[in-house]
Design a binder for this molecule. Structure first.
Ligand code: ADP
Ligand code: MG
Ligand code: ZN
Length: 425
């Protein structure tokens, strides 16, 4: 097939209605179209989905997309079906389907109608599915949220570690595309090793999210902090946002308090049954609910482009967590406001919680927390701090006042100048 610049842009326009690529999408897509193993490291909101969706639509055969959550698959299948106005172009295969629905999916694939098949890693490991895939013309396999492979990542999923073995038993040397927003080198090398990616192309994007405004506020008494949160929400009325908390109890409490203040809020945590959780998520996407008050169980990969704020009522466990969670704001490129409430008491509480853990885990937890403290207490550019944490150089002059410390600089004592003056005198 030809992949001249024209046809690539034509396809982008035809399938998605976009006129240009974001970031490094074009080179990534060319790599995938060329049948190379491809490793994509791009921050949340960077546009990773298009890097496999577009080539899947252009290439012969069916692409398998491995995705960790049923909600994520549904989200993506709905959006591709919407773009292409045909239902059989994208399907998912998971435990939520009936026998006859599964049969239909298989039929559509065999009839060459289906370009993208979303599956959970568990589904891939089923013997009957392996047998089925042996008969299918597969274009490539995309492993989305590939950090789930690594125990060092923030969402480890043991089944993800079996993907390579399954692909080998399907056979046929299918190209692999791995995608993640994880910036830590340890996780990256785990992914490459586990998926046996050799001679692959790697594309690492900058982790700077220039449209996110970072801010840290001291956490006061509960009522006062809640008052501030209500204020922040009311400054941008009827907009979507997420508030992260550590406990189920706080999630319920804060959602309740917001409702009293006429804010359409709902709690979301692992203690709620699957049905309630999935309804809450749908309500958020459909904007029946504006604000979700969640424990960390919410948000991975959810494509809600216009989340306008992410508030951390409780301090996150690590900078990596903070970056991922705030990354859910402003995926459409418009401003997203990220406010973290910080108190030393919260740190002490986390410390106490860590005390009961095995030594290794405790030490790791303390180290991660130390970084969160430094971030919260720094008087210099927060964006620079975050990017530096991921090994990226950043000049704070480029922050464009998009963090509290750059917008309202605190008095800084320049030690060097003082010394020079002292000598002169
Ligand atoms: P990621 O998976 O990297 O977090 P997504 O694939 O969910 O990001 O994309 C984030 C947003 O960017 C989506 O709303 C998507 O429609 C949009 N997007 C992706 N590519 C483009 C493009 N080339 N032009 C305009 N918008 C895009
Ligand atoms: Mg994604
Ligand atoms: Zn700054």
């Amino acid at each position: 097939m030809t992949t001249t610049k024209e046809t690539l842009y034509d396809a982008l326009h035809q399938y998605f209605g976009f006129d240009s690529f974001k970031g490094r999408q074009e080179s990534i897509i060319k790599s995938v179209l060329g049948g190379k193993d491809t490793f994509v490291i791009m921050p949340t909101g960077g546009g990773k989905s298009l890097c496999y969706q577009l080539p899947a639509l252009m290439l012969e055969g069916t692409a398998i997309v491995i995705s960790p959550l049923i909600a994520l698959m549904k989200n993506q299948v709905d959006s591709i079906r919407g773009y292409s106005q045909s239902d059989d172009v994208a399907h998912f295969l998971n435990s939520s389907l009936t026998k006859s629905q599964m049969k239909q999916v298989r039929q559509d694939i065999m009839d060459n109608k289906t370009k993208l098949l979303f599956i959970a890693p568990e589904t891939l490991t089923k013997e009957e599915n392996i047998e089925f895939f042996k008969q299918v013309n597969l274009s490539f396999v995309a492993v989305d949220e590939a950090h789930c492979i690594s125990e060092w990542g923030h969402d480890f999923r043991p089944e993800y570690r079996r993907i390579r073995v399954m692909l080998d038993s399907i056979g046929g040397d299918i190209p692999v595309v791995a995608l993640t927003a994880t910036a830590t080198p340890k996780v990256q090398s785990d992914i490459v090793k586990n998926l046996h990616m050799t001679d692959h192309n790697t594309f690492i994007s900058s982790f700077n999210r220039e449209n996110l405004y970072y801010e840290v506020r001291p956490k006061l008494k509960k009522e006062q902090t809640l008052k501030q949160i209500v204020q922040i929400i009311k400054e941008i009325p009827d907009q979507s946002g997420i508030i992260y908390v550590q406990s189920r109890k706080s999630a319920a409490e804060i959602a309740g308090a917001l409702k009293v203040n006429d804010i359409k809020a709902a709690p979301y945590h692992a203690g709620l049954d699957a049905k309630t959780r999935s309804k809450t998520q749908d309500d958020f996407l459909m904007e029946e609910v504006d604000v979700i008050v969640a424990t960390i169980a919410f948000g991975m990969g959810i494509d809600k482009p216009d989340v306008r704020f992410v508030i951390h009522y409780d301090i996150p466990k690590s900078i990596e967590n903070y970056y991922q969670e705030t990354g859910r704001a402003g995926r459409d490129g418009l401003e997203g406001r990220c406010v973290a409430f910080y108190s030393y008491k919260d740190i002490l509480r986390l410390e106490k919680f860590l005390r009961d853990k095995p030594v290794a885990e405790r030490e790791m937890g303390m180290q991660l927390m130390q970084e969160v403290m430094s971030y919260s207490e720094t008087t210099s550019c927060r964006r620079r701090f975050l990017l530096h944490y991921f090994g990226e150089q950043f000049d704070e002059d480029n922050c464009s006042q998009m963090c509290d410390n750059c917008r309202h600089p605190k008095e800084r004592i320049d030690v060097k100048e003082d010394v020079v003056l002292a000598i002169k005198a």
